[in-house]
Design a protein around this ligand. Structure first.
Ligand code: C5P
Length: 283
């Protein structure tokens, strides 16, 4: 049995800069790994892969990205078992723009690399990861990265200074392809200050990073989701967040706090008010 874990990712900033051949969009995003973990156990055996989880409604067969990762690894390297069980303990909210499924798939690639002794480098694992989804390459190594292209062109950045993070889950669900389509129809006038955020990271300036958190998808949301995101951000800021924005295509919204106790205090207030939230930190 091999144990692995995968952390939620955040888009500290997220810009869409153009369209790519094949229906994809060019993005420019400062991405950050966190210690809001999903846990995985991978046990080889049998003829096919299954990925049961603590969330009954998640598909456990070939539609599950973790299963697709195990199958892809064997197809591409010729190594590894034909089947097995990937037990998933999901803590990261599903479909929240937090890369939970992408992180699980990346963790399976790492686990298969260890299990088989294939010795693939992180770069080689990222090339495999690209075939599974735009966020999976980032999830192979995490940290703080500038993601460009479809999301697979990664440049390491100086780490986000230690801080507390509250991740909230406003009550709506969003479809990634639909939000990209909505963005195509809207005229994007405001873009994040990506260069300013990178300069703030280089200076170790948490406040400078936090005040530049901005996600263009917030401008493409329908009225009700937009109102829920705005309300969540305002509440986080009122409770002391240095900056707040939506992650990915939502619905998760996060706030950056000076430290974990400050984040935990804010999360307690939000939970009291009936919100769903998590406290974590950068990794
Ligand atoms: O790569 P992934 O499977 O996560 O993408 C899901 C969908 O999101 C794509 O089919 C595409 O519609 C949209 N997408 C995009 N441009 C990106 C990433 C995703 O248009 N850079």
């Amino acid at each position: 049995m091999i144990a692995e874990r995968s952390g939620a990712k955040l888009n500290l900033s997220l810009d869409v800069t153009g369209r790519l051949p094949g229906g994809y969009h060019a993005v420019r995003s400062v991405m950050q790994g966190t210690d809001l973990w999903d846990e995985l156990e991978l046990e080889p055996g049998g003829e096919a892969w299954q990925a049961p989880s603590n969330l009954r409604y998640l598909p456990s067969g070939a539609q599950n990205l973790a299963v697709r990762a195990a199958v892809l690894f064997r197809e591409e390297t010729g190594l590894g078992p034909a089947g097995g069980v990937i037990r998933l303990k999901k803590n990261i909210p599903v479909c929240g723009g937090l890369g939970g499924g992408s992180g699980n798939a990346a963790a399976v690639l790492r686990a298969m690399n260890r299990l088989t002794g294939a010795g693939l480098s992180d770069g080689e694992l990222r090339s495999l990861a690209e075939k599974l989804g735009s966020d999976v390459p980032f999830c192979v190594s995490g940290g703080t990265m500038l993601a460009e292209g479809r999301g697979e062109v990664l440049t390491p950045l100086p780490p986000l200074p230690d801080c507390g993070i509250v991740v909230c889950r406003p009550d709506f669900s969003s479809s990634t392809p639909e939000l990209f389509a909505a963005l195509d129809k809207s005229r994007l006038r405001v873009h994040p200050d990506t260069e300013g955020m990178i300069a703030a990271l280089s200076a170790g300036d948490l406040e400078g990073v936090a005040k530049r958190c901005f996600n263009v998808f917030e401008t493409a949301l329908a009225r009700r989701p937009a109102a829920l995101v705005a309300e969540t951000k305002n509440t986080l800021l009122d409770l002391g967040a240095l900056g707040a924005c939506m992650s990915g295509t939502g619905s998760a919204v996060f706030g950056l706090f000076l430290d974990r106790p400050a984040a935990a205090e804010a999360a307690a207030v939000l939970t009291d008010r009936g919100g769903v939230c998590f406290v974590c930190g950068p990794v």
